[in-house]
Design a binder for this molecule. Sequence first.
Ligand SMILES: [Zn+2]
Length: 82
Amino acid sequence: MSTTEGHLIRQVVRERLAAGVLPPAGSRTYAGYGTGKVCCACDLKIGRDEVEFDVIGQDRSLTAHAHCYHIWWAESAKAAES
Ligand SMILES: [Zn+2]
């Protein structure tokens, strides 16, 4: 992943958190290999050779790439501080 991509994902995640499209990342997660689901942060399919995180929320579960989940989690923590 390039720095530019990471920066873009961070921006999208921040906007989605602010708009309430994404809930704050939960800590109940299951990691596994991709099953063809779409990442909730970058909207790309998670391939079978990539690691996906299933994040269990209160009313739904969301799926993200491992690297997207880490950005989502970091941005959720920042949002909770401010
Ligand atoms: Zn992603």
